[in-house]
Design a protein around this ligand. Structure first.
Ligand code: ANZ
Length: 806
């Protein structure tokens, strides 16, 4: 007899909804905040990849609930953003209507998967009641001096008509393109809002230490922050213009043969002598065309131009020529370097090309290439005999005493470019008065809502479409005229604090103030997030922005912990059956609705958890899906029309307790595939028993464990066992260590080294006892009868070997 997923799924979903089974409880001392990366509600609906992460977090939420924790397991919608707007532009829809329609589809699909979300806590970043707080947080950042409107080099995407943050830009065939749609991106100077995440660089770096995150993700954040300890050193031109350089190797200062400025460095015009002016101008214009990636590319030939000026080395007092070259980047350090060709490969190449001197200051056997590393100093008067750290220390002291340098720490992290010239995002809660000065929109007037308008298309001239909505842009307050900011915030704004929004929500769309006393209590109870599951593609973008905002909110005494996500697990992808990433263009996308229809939600959940380790990216397999359904039916038949014993005959003691213990540990470690293997072992053991003899509490324990993966079927089986309240809120099975002591062993019987039989016997029998049993085994008898026994070898609890001769 097979179960019918169509018959049971709707029935139990209805039951759980009517009984509010997944409601967040607030009655226990232990809590678990289990968070998913909320989806962007695209027109395509839920993806099987979403389902992988959401099932994993759901398994864990169900586990903690059964262990008696208060569980908060919420979901919401990352609803603003480019894709919704682009779709709206293409189809002529209002992105808001389109988003709401998609949300309905997503919600239906999530419910069909029996994810145990508390839908009362649902949030939507594009809801004015939600973005009121996004705007409020922005105002706090502004008040703290962490939000600034300034002219900066930005990544400009003409096709999308907007600037993009660094993590929204990728390199394809050596070109910068937008992550969404792969449209060309170029550098351009524009007036933009930036958030000074760089001021939190050190805190964001140190904060990583105590997080239980995958090492690879921590590394990615570390590299993105890119801390570099060095020195800032002043080289002065003969006319007294100070050129600060940033170096991590001040100990090589005796080997400096020239100094280089980035072409964009503001000092270039001051130091260029009239006869080099034209050449320099030309070079600057060329450099503008190149992107940062090309400029950093070590394999590209070096280019540069002499400025006509010379600088004085602050230690050796020697004269060195001052150049500009595009291998020096403007946005990093001081946009100027002291070049040491003997010990830096880039400088080596440059010096060779332009015939500049090369002076070794570190001992090396091979002077045919730059020597990078540590060895004894040569030609370096004040640091001879010192090691690298001591040499650096000493030189910094000398430079400091002459006001010519100091220790300096630099970060690769750039400030977060925070404005987009798009329609579908949060408006900035600021006004400009007639002098162009910024004033915050009074708090009681938040939210500043997006106007209803038909002008949602980017103008292409760098201005947001909102600039065309004149009656929205122009504001009169007490007889004074103001204009609004027409940019909108990036999609990463709403997702930088949504986990906190769940705690502010009383019912969907109704949020309490983030700085209220009530909010403080709720944050104290629930933060930080105990488990966050999501894709690795957010390793530096979202995860870093969310950490930054939480650090700031912590400094504002709004939240109790600076780090929002204590545990983070990055799930692998589900690839198409062809092993490629699922994509419309490959035609290899699996639609979860179809699978739910054909195999059922439980099978889909079980299959995705059983595919392999959660972190692995693995291809979809229909065979695997079929096998999942087959096993669920096998599990179902354990219970279907069977009766169980209320007296324990002890036969399953070891295996049952062992499985409960292992499953408990494995779930704790997110090893869901091996936990399912354990359940399979237990089912096999049930089948080996005589019908009716299986101890009922062991079957109940099994059904409880099964409910994490296959909640509908487990609920059905639970009721068949005579239960009348939901398995979801039953207690997690406990195991009994005393029943797990092994007291039987299987001994192999060999005759002349060949296996001839075996038997399960009591542990620690004597050699005589075992030999007596072996010699009664019919097959062993066959091989020793009529022969003389030469030798009997006994390995206790394992094996015996009888050696015979004719
Ligand atoms: C002299 C020197 C000698 C250097 C040597 C290296 C080796 P990280 O570790 O990435 O921070 N540098 C500084 N500012 C730069 C810029 N704006 N564009 C390109 N290169 C820049 O790298 C710091 C090193 O990169 C600095 O130390 C500087 O070169 C270069 F044997 O100074 B070094």
């Amino acid at each position: 007899m097979d179960f019918s997923h169509k018959a049971i799924e709707k029935k139990w979903q209805k039951y759980w909804a009517e009984n509010n089974t997944y409601k967040t409880t607030e009655s226990n001392s232990k809590k678990a905040f289990i968070l998913d990366m909320f989806p962007f509600p695209s027109g395509a609906g839920l993806h099987v990849g979403h389902i992988k992460g959401y099932t994993a977090s759901d398994v864990f939420a169900r586990f903690r609930r059964m262990q008696g924790y208060d569980v908060l397991h919420p979901i919401g919608w990352d609803a603003f953003g480019l894709p919704a707007e682009q779709y709206a532009l293409k189809t002529g829809n209002d992105p808001r209507d389109f988003t709401l329609k998609n949300i309905d589809t997503f919600r239906r699909q999530l419910k069909a998967m029996a994810f145990s979300f508390d839908f009362e806590k649902e949030v939507n970043t594009s809801d004015p009641n939600y973005y009121k707080t996004t705007q409020w947080i922005f105002q706090q950042l502004y008040k703290k001096g962490l939000a600034e409107n300034r002219d900066i080099d930005v990544n400009w995407c003409q096709e999308l008509g907007t600037v993009l943050a660094n993590d929204e830009v990728i390199i394809v065939n050596g070109k910068m393109v937008s992550e969404r749609g792969e449209h060309l991106v170029v550098k351009r100077k524009m007036r933009q809002w930036v958030l000074k995440i760089t001021e939190y660089a050190e805190k964001l770096l140190i904060g990583l230490d105590n997080l239980q995150w995958p090492q690879a993700v921590k590394e990615a954040q570390k590299n993105w922050i890119g801390k570099s300890v060095g020195a800032e050193v002043l080289f002065e031109t003969e006319l007294g213009i100070k050129i600060p350089v940033f170096t991590t190797r001040v100990d090589t200062i005796y080997g400096v043969s020239y100094v280089v400025l980035a072409p964009e460095n503001e000092l270039v015009h001051k130091v260029t002598t009239p006869e080099y002016k034209e050449e320099i101008e030309q070079y600057i214009n060329q450099a503008k065309m190149k992107n940062e990636i090309d400029r950093k590319d070590e394999s590209k030939p070096k280019t540069g131009v002499f400025t006509g000026s010379f600088v004085i080395n602050p230690i050796t007092k020697e004269k060195a020529p001052l150049w500009i070259a595009d291998y020096v980047l403007d946005g990093y350090g001081t946009g100027a370097v002291m070049a040491v060709p003997a010990h830096d490969p880039r400088d080596w190449e440059f010096a060779h090309k332009f015939n500049l001197p090369i002076k070794f200051v570190l001992k090396t056997k091979d002077e045919s290439k730059a020597f990078v590393g540590e060895s004894a100093y040569v030609n370096s008067e004040s640091i001879m005999g010192l090691n690298k750290n001591a040499a650096i220390q000493k030189l910094i002291e000398i430079l400091e005493s002459q006001n010519l340098g100091s220790k300096k720490i630099n970060y690769k992290l750039r400030d977060w470019i925070f404005s987009r010239q798009r329609f579908y995002g949060e408006p900035f809660p600021v006004l400009y008065n007639e002098l162009g000065e910024i004033e915050l929109v009074p708090e009681q007037e938040l939210p500043v809502t997006l106007p209803k308008t038909e002008y949602i298309k980017p103008s292409g001239d760098g201005r947001s479409p909102l600039a065309n909505v004149h009656d929205w842009v122009n504001v009169e307050i007490a007889g004074k005229h103001f204009v609004r900011d027409t940019n909108t915030m990036p999609q990463t704004a709403g997702s930088a604090w949504y986990f906190l929004a769940y705690l502010l929500t009383n019912k969907p769309g109704e949020l309490i103030a983030i700085n209220s006393a009530e909010a403080k209590q709720r944050f104290a109870k629930w933060m930080p997030v105990d488990l966050y599951i999501g894709g690795q593609e957010h390793a530096v973008g979202h995860l870093l922005y969310a950490r930054f905002w939480t650090h700031v909110l912590y400094d504002l005494e709004i939240v109790p912990t600076p780090e929002p996500f204590q545990n983070y697990f990055s799930q692998g992808m589900i690839l198409g059956p062809d092993g490629r990433k699922m994509s419309k263009s490959w035609g290899n996308v699996i639609n979860p609705d179809d699978v739910i229809d054909s195999h059922g939600a439980d099978t889909l959940r079980l299959y995705e958890m059983f595919m392999g380790p959660l972190e692995a990216s693995l291809p979809w397999s229909y065979d695997g899906l079929d096998a999942g359904l087959k096993w669920l039916n096998r599990a179902y038949r354990v219970v279907y029309k069977n009766t169980f014993s209320l007296i324990n005959n002890g036969n399953l003691d070891f295996i049952y307790n062992d499985v409960v213990k292992k499953v408990t540990q494995m779930i704790e470690e997110y090893k869901f595939n091996t936990a399912i293997s354990q359940l399979m072992i237990l089912v096999n053991a049930f089948y080996k028993e005589i019908p009716g003899s299986v101890y009922q509490p062991y079957v109940e324990g099994f059904v409880k464990m099964l409910s994490l993966f296959a909640p509908h079927l487990a609920e059905e089986m639970w009721r068949m066992l005579g239960q009348n309240s939901t398995v979801t809120l039953s207690e997690w099975p406990v195991y009994d260590e005393t029943k797990m002591i092994i007291n039987k062993v299987t001994i192999a019987f060999q005759v002349n080294g060949k296996l001839r039989g075996s038997a399960e016997v009591d542990l620690n029998l004597s050699s005589e006892e075992i030999l007596t049993i072996a010699k009664k085994d019919a097959n062993v008898v066959k091989f020793i009868e009529g022969k003389s026994i030469v030798k009997e070898i006994v390995v206790p609890n394992k094996i015996i070997n009888i050696v015979v001769k004719d």
